[in-house]
Every structure is written in C-alpha cells, then in structure tokens.
Design a protein around this ligand. Structure first.
Ligand code: ADP
Ligand code: ZN
Length: 618
C-alpha cells in the first residue's frame, strides 16, 4: 500500500486517498475483483489507474480499460500523458499504421494502459493479442468503466457490453474492476449477472454530492426562467441545459445565443462532426453552455461544469441524478436546477403508455416515473428524498431549495375535490371527457363558447371555484396527475379521466398539499456566494485582490498551454490547483511541490512556466 500512496503523490500530486479509494486500490492491486459504485466526481478513475501502475511495476503487465466512448478517449489518454503515464487508445479514429504501432507497443510491454471500446475488445484480432499477453503473464487487469451500460434498466444500454462476460471466461485469472455511478438495485444486479462479478467485492460509496444545490421550480415561461437562472447564478460559466427534443434543443440554444451567451446545440440529429466539434468546444473553452438531449454527457469529465439545468422532466431519478451529477466534479459549489410543469407529467406518462414495451416493463417505468414526480412535488428536503431513493438515509441538507427557503404550503384538498367532481359531472352529463382548460373554466365560472355549447353553466360546480387562480388549479391538477388520482388520455386530446385513485381524494380522505406558487424567482440564498458577471469564479472566491490577479494570469497561461497540447485546459491543471498556486504565490519550484494536483511530471513540465507567468506580474 505504501507503493500505491507514493504513486498517488508522485504521479497525481494528491496527498491522500479519498473515501473508499484506498480500500479499493488495495484490493485490486492484490488481484481481487471489484465492483465500484461511486457518484460522479467521486474519483473512480484513480481506482483503476493506480492499480494499473502498481501492478505493472510489480511485473504483471498491461491494463485494458473498457470505455464506451471513442470520442473521449483522446482526452482521457492525453490526461495520462500529462501525468507522464504511458497510455494509448485503439479506435477507429486511428489509421491502420497508427493502430499497428499501438499494438506493437502493447506487445512489447511499453504501455501501462490501453483504452478501447467493447466492440473492439471482443474482436478476434484483439482477443488474439490478449491471448498472447496472457500466455506471457503480461495481462494485468481489466477495468470496465461505465459498467451500467450492460443493463437495459440503466439509461445508456449498450448491447456490446454484454459480450464482456467473455473476458472472465477466457481470462479467468485476470482481475477485473467494474465502475459505475448508477446506484439502483436493478442495475447493480444486472452488472453482477452480465459481467459475472458474483465473486467481486462490492464497494458502495455514499451517493451524496454535497456541493450540488438542488432546486425544482414550477414551469411558467421555461425559456425566460432558464435565462434568469443563468444570468442570476452563473453568468459566463460552463453549464449543460437538458431538453427532451432536438427541436427544443435548437430553439433554446438559439435563444441563449441571442441573449449573448455562448451556447451550442447537441443532439443525435446533428452530423457526427458537428457533434464532435461542439463537444470539443465545450470541453476546451471556458463558459460554454451546452444545450443538449440526453445523448450528451456520458463520460464527460469536465470538472468545472457549474450548473445542470433541466427544461423538461427526465424519465426517472436515475437519469436525473446521473445528469445533474455532471455538475461540480471539482467539488466546488454548483447547481442542479429544473423547471417542471403539468405538461411534463402528461408527456412522460404518454411516452410510457404509447411505447411498444410489454406491460410489466411499462409498470417498472411507471413506478420509476412516480418516484421522480414525488421528488418534483416534494415540499421537504430534496436530497433526503434523492438519497433515500438509492437506499441511503440522511438528514435535511441545508443546500436545496426546500431547505433554504421552506416553501409556504397551501391546502389544495378543497380545490382538488371540486376539480374531480367537475370531471365526474361532465362525464355524467354528456358521457364525454374534456381537457384541463375546459374543466378549469367551468370551476372558475367562465362562460366560454364551449361552456355554452355543452350547457355546462348549469352544472352544480359551475363557478364554485372562482376564488382559485388558474395557476393554483393547474398546480392541483398536476399533483393529481402526478400521484395517479387523475389520468390523462393522450390519444384523445389530453382529456381527463377519473381513476381508482380519485375516490380517496373526492371523499376528502387524502389531503392534497401544494407549494405556494412563487411568483418571484428565488435568488436570495445565492447572493452570499457571489453572483453576477463580475463575481469571482467558484474556485477563486476566497482569494485576495492580488490573488485574483495571479489567478487570472495563471488561467491565461493555461489557455495557451492547452491550445499547444490540443487538450482541454483542466487536463493541464484544475481551477482549484491554479487557485491554490495563486494563494501561495510561490517563488521557487520547491514551493510549488506539494500543491494538490501537481505531480512530478507536471512539476517538471509546467513548474517553470507557472513561475514565469507569476514573475511577469511582479
Ligand atoms: P469520477 O470518474 O468518479 O466521476 P474522477 O475520477 O473524474 O471521478 O475524479 C473526479 C475529480 O476528483 C478528478 O478531477 C480527480 O482528479 C479528483 N480526485 C480523485 N481522487 C482524488 C484524491 N484522492 N485527491 C484529490 N483529488 C482527487
Ligand atoms: Zn435539503
């Protein structure tokens, strides 16, 4: 273990292992199989990279890293090169000669790690290479990243991942470490089964991401709300905005650009080259807002994503947590913000109803959606609910919207009963079903053409809910639909139907609690941690004025170096490392040594440049 710790310090420049990392590394270095469940940003990469280095030093040879995304391998390997580690990738972006050169290095024992996608690893050609290495005792370890891809319950099912069971069958003596940030039980069981990891030790970390602030607000004008949120909390910072459809992605990106933001669209309908270009810009430049469908994000390890916004409701909590988890990998304050409304509930329910999946499958999907809806409707701590969903008990967090500004709650039971009985009555009177707008018009006593046409002024509930605003009633309807006390028939103009669950509400047995609609966006809590365009970045917030100046100079230096190396800036140094240097104001290489994030290779390569950049200021 002393060796692993010295690798952590010398190569990565970090002083100590985090959480369960030490145990995992220990177990894998000794040749054990492991299944690692750790939230995004928890530090999974080190869990296989350090064993790869330690086992190679001990003469076990090469580590094969299974990575699902060809588009990211270049940067993953580039980051290792920056640390002075011999690594390479094998994928279709390489020419035949380049690929051959990598294979030769592999066979000569010159590489510590090779990254490849599962499709390649299971080809006869690649397996031949592995056979040869195995025969020489030079096949050290398999690391299977994003292991949830093996599960159809996850959100990124990749059938090719299932073929990886072959690694165990063919190379039984070679240890394997599978890693994922997806925690729920079904997915976990699938990973164990399909990768044959029954014997592997499981390491399950806390899934809490304390630096992420969760907020879910009622959707009114979603685009405007998003704009306000970004302007208020994250002007000039990098973030991801998730939307459900390609069209919406394009619209929102255009809207943000029109407002002067550096926003780019990303979805499966764009040309692969355009997608790659946008992804590169997001990774390499500062302050880009990626507007995307869920096609974007897996494997993105940009540490300084300061916010993740959802303009549409995801399908389930796993998806929501995975997507929001892309914020704040560097541990600095970040936001997960969502706008959510009646239409979201209707859309998600409809997508399940209309999907061709078998009924039991739909039942699972409905259960998962219900859990997410309960989170969205919640008036208590969001984090307690999120962690509870993953089986982790916790206390109110003090860092979510409901904790920071406990919502005023109003009793919507009366309104709910009026709505349900109106729906009941129109159904009785005409044997017809109507949509939300008409039902609310009746209750609020509006004499519309439709009301006249069907004679609905004569219903006993006509006008009895005039004291409720349309927004209040909409909120009640949303919650009734979210909790299943009311159904929407999407195949018939979104008409409303009573359900088995309506009875308890109608009879007043089940109270309906709603948050008071907040007409002003909640920006109060944020001001303490700085806001607005001139605010210092999250990393530099605690620096003095001189420190800020040094930080800015270091960032400018880093931009140049990153360009030169064709790598994202954070691969050179993280913001947090630059901030630590700026605070220290070192005058010599000796002083730089020991700053978190500066290992031996980076000290050699960049130490003099850093000192020069600071010198130039003095
Ligand atoms: P994950 O893959 O779990 O999302 P990463 O492996 O990308 O997380 O690690 C997240 C960040 O934390 C990275 O920037 C990494 O360098 C940093 N990190 C990981 N382990 C440590 C540690 N022991 N000390 C300091 N920083 C660490
Ligand atoms: Zn909370």
């Amino acid at each position: 273990m002393a060796n692993a710790l010295s690798i952590l310090k010398d190569v990565f420049g970090y002083g100590a292992f985090r959480g369960p990392q030490a145990d995992i590394v220990d177990h894998v270095v000794a040749g054990g199989d492991a299944l690692v469940l750790m939230p995004t940003g928890g530090g999974k990469s080190l869990c296989y990279q350090i064993p790869a280095l330690a086992r190679q030093q001990a003469g076990h040879g090469i580590t094969i890293v299974v990575s699902p995304l060809i588009a990211l391998m270049h940067d993953q390997v580039g980051a290792l090169h920056e640390l002075g580690v011999e690594a390479a990738f094998l994928n279709s972006t390489l020419s035949m000669e380049e690929a051959n050169a990598v294979e030769r290095k592999m066979m000569r024992g010159e590489l510590t790690m090779v990254y490849a996608a599962p499709e390649r690893i299971t080809t006869p050609r690649f397996l031949d290479l592995l056979d040869t290495l195995q025969a020489k005792g030079q096949l050290s370890l398999f690391a299977i990243d994003e292991a949830h891809c093996v599960s159809q319950w996850g959100h990124d099912f990749r059938p090719e991942y299932r073929a990886l069971a072959l690694l165990h069958e063919r190379y039984a003596g070679v240890p394997r470490i599978a890693l994922t940030a997806t925690a729920d039980g079904t997915t976990r069981a699938d990973i164990v089964q399909h990768l044959q990891l029954q014997e592997a030790r499981q390491f399950v970390s806390s899934f809490d991401r304390p630096n992420i602030r969760y907020a879910i607000e009622e959707k009114k004008d979603a685009s405007l709300q998003l704009l306000r949120f970004i302007e208020r909390e994250h002007a000039g910072e990098a973030g991801i905005v998730y939307c459900q459809s390609r069209k919406r992605v394009e619209e929102v990106a255009a809207m943000l650009c029109k407002e002067g933001m550096d926003a780019l669209p990303y979805h499966a309908g764009l040309d692969p080259e355009v997608r790659q270009r946008h992804q590169d810009r997001f990774l390499r430049e500062e302050g880009v807002v990626m507007t995307a469908t869920i096609a974007f994000g897996m494997g993105i390890d940009k540490p300084d994503v300061r916010f993740v916004a959802h303009l549409d409701l995801p399908k389930n909590i796993e998806g929501y947590y995975q997507e929001t988890g892309r914020a704040g990998r560097d541990g600095l304050p970040s936001d997960a913000w969502m706008a959510y409304g009646l239409q979201d509930v209707v859309n998600q329910r409809r997508m399940i109803d209309e999907s061709p999946a078998p009924d039991e499958f739909k039942q699972v999907l409905r259960g998962k959606l219900d859990a997410l809806l309960a989170l969205a409707e919640a008036t208590d701590c969001r984090r307690v609910r999120l962690l509870g969903y993953f089986g982790e008990p916790s206390q109110p967090c003090g860092n979510c919207d409901n904790c920071l500004q406990p919502p005023a709650v109003w009793d919507g039971t009366e309104a709910a009963r009026m709505l349900l009985s109106t729906i009941y009555r129109v159904q009785q009177a005409n044997n017809l079903h109507f949509g939300a707008g008409h039902v609310m018009d009746i209750l609020r006593g509006k004499v519309t053409d439709k009301v006249k046409q069907f004679g609905h002024e004569s219903l006993s509930t006509f006008g009895i809910g005039a004291h409720f605003s349309e927004q209040q009633l909409r909120g009640v309807l949303r919650q009734l639909i979210a909790t299943g006390a009311l159904a929407v028939d999407a195949s018939a103009f979104n008409t409303l139907h009573l359900t088995a669950g309506s009875r308890a509400v109608l009879k007043g047995e089940q109270p309906v609690q709603l948050r008071e609609s907040i007409s002003q966006p909640a920006g109060r809590a944020r001001r303490e941690r700085g806001s607005g365009k001139s605010a210092p970045s999250a990393a530099a917030a605690s620096l003095t004025a001189d420190g800020q100046e040094r930080f800015a100079a270091l960032k400018a230096w880093r931009t140049g170096v990153a360009k030169q190396h064709n790598l994202p800036a954070y691969v050179i140094f993280h913001d947090a490392t630059l901030a630590a240097i700026a605070a220290l104001d070192p005058k010599s290489l000796g002083e730089l040594e020991g700053v978190s994030g500066i290992g031996a290779a980076k000290l050699d390569k960049y130490g003099p440049g850093v000192l020069d950049a600071l010198q130039a200021l003095a």
